[in-house]
Design a protein around this ligand. Structure first.
Ligand code: IMP
Length: 194
């Protein structure tokens, strides 16, 4: 089976990606024993995806990709954006981040937001970028136990359920990461044809 490293330790993301790309053996950083802290100090999602992919490619020489995602809230001028993981604290505290977001949005009626994912693939020394976006609304009271991050407060446009009330398959079929990765998948499948 063709191997690709996905530069992440996040098991939720690995599960999602393995469902989206069944033709590839996807190895996470834990699977290859790479536990170095990769400093994501880029100013954009694209820059952070590139930093992670570059680091892993230089260390392993194996084709790899990395993603970076941000929740961009219209009324907060695009925040938390590139700072989504560390919005409330220095760690990836999903609940604290969500609580801070809801607090910042108290009394705000305009609740439009979007999740945006940038994927950087490094293959044969060349870099390729893919983007996925999903628009929706931030609700006031979290709902659902599936998924992770800001999923319980995000209702995608055209739906009544939050991402956290959807199973992985339904979320993947419309999500930012699902979209970016399906562009990645199209690109990889196309390479196999020619
Ligand atoms: P990352 O840099 O791609 O890991 O994403 C940064 C932060 O965005 C994560 O820590 C989560 O809080 C949030 N996030 C990323 N993807 C999702 C998602 O699919 N649903 C909800 N929150 C997400």
């Amino acid at each position: 089976m063709r191997k690709l490293i996905f530069a992440t330790h996040n098991t939720h993301k690995l599960t999602e990606i393995r469902q989206i790309l069944p033709e590839w053996e996807i190895l996470g950083l834990t699977d290859i024993g790479l536990h170095d802290e990769i400093i994501e100090n880029g100013q954009t999602l694209e820059a952070n995806a590139e930093i992670k992919a570059d680091y892993v490619y230089r260390k392993t020489g194996v084709s790899c990709f990395a993603d970076d995602t941000g929740l961009e809230v219209e009324a907060l001028n695009g925040a938390p954006g590139v700072h989504s993981a560390r919005y409330a604290t220095n760690g990836h505290d999903f609940k604290a981040n969500m609580d801070k977001l809801l607090k910042e949005m108290t009394g705000i009626d305009k609740r439009g937001a979007r999740f945006r994912t940038s994927v950087c693939l490094i293959l044969n020394d060349e870099k390729h970028f893919f983007e996925g976006i999903v628009y929706g609304q931030i609700i006031t009271v979290p709902r659902g136990d599936e998924g992770f991050g800001y999923d319980p407060v995000f209702v995608p446009d055209g739906y009544t359920k939050t991402f956290a009330e959807m199973d992985a398959e339904e979320k993947n079929s419309i999500s930012h990461r699902g979209m970016a990765v399906s562009k990645l998948q199209d690109f990889l499948l196309n390479l196999l044809l020619y």
